[in-house]
Design a protein around this ligand. Structure first.
Ligand SMILES: NC(=O)c1ccc[n+]([C@@H]2O[C@H](COP(=O)([O-])OP(=O)(O)OC[C@H]3O[C@@H](n4cnc5c(N)ncnc54)[C@H](OP(=O)(O)O)[C@@H]3O)[C@@H](O)[C@H]2O)c1
Length: 396
C-alpha cells in the first residue's frame, strides 16, 4: 500500500471536512503536509504551520505525491490541477465545473504523465456513481442514466410542491439551511446538473459530450400553475439529468437536463429535499438505483476520502468504454414536453410533431406534445423566463 503525502487546496466546506476526517484516520497512511488557501489572514481550525497562500509550496514539493483540489474557482483550479499532473502528482478533485469544461485535456494529461485524476465527489457528493459506471457497469450494456444530481434545486422543488412556498421563499430557505450557495445561479439555471451529466456520459457510454451542447433548462421559470397541473395528475416535478442511448446504440445519444414530470409512485419521485438519486438502466440488470446525500461537508468528504484511499493502490479510471466524441446526438429522438405560458404569449404549434393536450384558463395556458429534440436545439423561445418547459419522464 502506497504512502500518500497530500497537498490540499481549499479549506472551505469540503476542504476543512476532509482535513478533519483525515485527522481522525491516522491508520490510512495519508498525511496532509500543506494546505493552500486564498486568504492567509483568515482564522483556521488547524495549526498555522499547515497553511500557505503560495501554491508553489505544494506544486514544487517533491515529497507531496497527491494534490486534493477543493477550491471554488474553476479557472484557477484547472491551472493548479494541470501543474500537479505535469509534476507527476495524482489529483483528487470535487470541481465539476472545472472537470466538465476541461475533461478531454485532463484525461490526456493524466495519461501523458502516468498519474491518476479521480473525481467521485464532483458528481452527486457521497453517491459512488462514477466508480460504479467505470467498474461495475463495464460489461452490461447501459441504456440510460437518469438522475436528480443537484441537491439545492431538489430542495427548492420539494418545498414548492408542498404548496407552501414560492420559488423565492424556497430558495431563501435552501440558502439559510446551507443547501444552496449564496450565488445559486449555476444550480437553479441547470448548469451544475449539465456539468455533472457530461461527466456521467463519459463514464457511462465512453463518449465525450460537449456540455455546451446539452439541452437544458433549470427551475427558475416554473410557476404555481405547473405544480398545480402536476398535483392534479398525480405527478411530481424533478430536475432530471438524463443520458440515453437510442436504439442505434451508444453512438447515438440524447442528453438533457430539464424539469421533468415523474409519476408519484416512481423511484425518483421518492428522492426529496437535498438528496440525490440516480437510476442506471441496463440490458441485463434492468434498473439499479443509487441514493444519498449529494452535497454537504461530510457526505462530499466521504467521496474525496474514497478517492484518496483508492490512490493508495494506484487506482485510476481506465475509460475502457472509450473516450471518443459522440458522433450523433439527439438526431432521431423525440421527447414529450409540457410548455406552460401566459395566455398572451404566442406559441407556434408547428414545433410539435404531435399535440396531446392543450389548455388555457384565461391567465395561464399549456400545450403538451412531442418535439424532436434536434428541433428544440434550433429554437430558443422556451428558454425565456416566462415559459416553463417540463419533460415527461415516462411515455404518454
Ligand atoms: N460544498 C459542497 O457540498 C460540495 C459538494 C460537491 C462538490 N463541491 C465542490 O468542491 C469544491 C469546494 O467547494 P466548497 O463548498 O468547499 O467551497 P468553499 O466553502 O467556498 O471553499 C473554497 C475554498 O477555496 C479556497 N480558494 C479559493 N480560491 C483559491 C485559490 N486561488 N488558491 C487557493 N485556495 C483558494 C478558499 O480559500 P479561503 O478560505 O482563503 O477563502 C476556500 O478555502 C468546489 O469545486 C465545489 O463545486 C462542493
Amino acid at each position: 500500500m502506497k504512502n500518500l503525502t497530500i497537498g490540499l487546496f481549499g479549506f472551505g466546506v469540503v476542504g476543512e471536512g476532509i482535513y478533519q476526517v483525515l485527522q481522525d484516520k491516522p491508520g490510512l497512511n495519508c498525511q496532509i503536509k500543506k494546505i493552500c488557501i486564498k486568504d492567509i489572514s483568515k482564522r483556521r481550525n488547524g495549526p498555522a504551520a499547515f497553511f500557505t497562500d503560495d501554491a508553489s509550496e505544494i506544486l514544487n514539493d517533491p515529497e507531496i505525491n497527491v494534490v486534493v483540489e477543493l477550491i471554488n474557482d474553476a479557472t484557477v483550479a484547472f491551472q493548479l490541477v494541470k501543474k500537479a499532473l505535469q509534476s507527476g502528482k495524482s489529483v483528487v478533485s470535487a470541481n465539476k465545473k472545472m472537470i466538465a469544461e476541461n475533461h478531454s485535456k485532463l484525461i490526456r494529461l493524466q495519461a501523458q504523465h502516468k498519474v491518476s485524476l479521480l473525481y467521485e465527489a464532483a458528481v452527486c457528493g457521497s453517491i459512488p456513481i462514477i466508480r460504479n459506471l467505470e467498474e461495475y457497469f463495464d460489461n452490461d450494456m447501459l441504456s440510460q442514466v437518469s438522475g436528480i444530481v443537484n441537491g439545492s434545486t431538489n430542495y427548492i422543488l420539494t418545498k414548492m410542491a408542498s404548496g407552501q412556498k414560492s420559488y423565492a421563499e424556497a430558495l431563501k430557505e435552501a440558502q439559510s439551511s446551507g443547501f444552496a450557495e449564496s450565488d445559486p445561479t449555476l444550480d437553479v439555471n441547470g448548469t451544475d446538473a449539465v456539468h455533472k451529466l457530461s461527466i456521467i456520459a463519459l463514464h457511462a457510454f465512453g463518449k465525450f459530450v460537449d456540455h455546451k451542447q446539452i439541452l437544458s433548462k433549470g427551475i427558475t421559470a416554473l410557476s404555481a400553475a405547473d405544480f398545480q397541473f402536476a398535483k392534479e395528475k398525480g405527478l411530481k416535478i424533478k430536475l432530471l439529468a438524463n443520458a440515453t442511448t437510442t436504439k442505434n446504440g451508444a453512438n447515438e445519444q440524447h442528453h438533457a437536463v430539464f424539469p421533468t414530470f415523474v409519476k408519484a409512485e416512481s423511484t425518483l419521485s421518492q428522492v426529496d429535499n437535498e438528496y440525490n438519486g440516480v437510476l442506471v438502466g441496463s440490458s441485463l440488470a434492468d434498473e439499479q438505483f443509487l441514493y444519498g446525500k449529494g452535497a454537504g461537508r461530510f457526505p462530499t468528504a466521504s467521496a474525496v476520502l474514497s478517492d484518496i484511499s483508492a490512490l493508495r493502490y494506484n487506482y485510476k479510471y481506465e475509460f475502457r468504454k472509450g473516450t471518443s466524441t459522440a458522433s450523433k446526438t439527439d438526431n432521431l429522438s423525440f421527447g414529450t414536453y409540457y410548455i406552460g405560458f401566459d395566455k398572451d404569449e404566442k406559441i407556434d404549434l408547428l414545433i410539435f410533431s404531435k399535440v396531446h393536450e392543450q389548455y388555457s384558463n384565461g391567465k395561464r395556458a399549456y400545450v403538451i406534445g412531442d418535439i424532436k429534440n434536434e428541433h428544440l436545439k434550433k429554437i430558443d423561445f422556451w428558454k425565456k423566463d416566462s415559459i416553463s418547459i417540463i419533460a415527461f419522464g415516462f411515455n404518454l
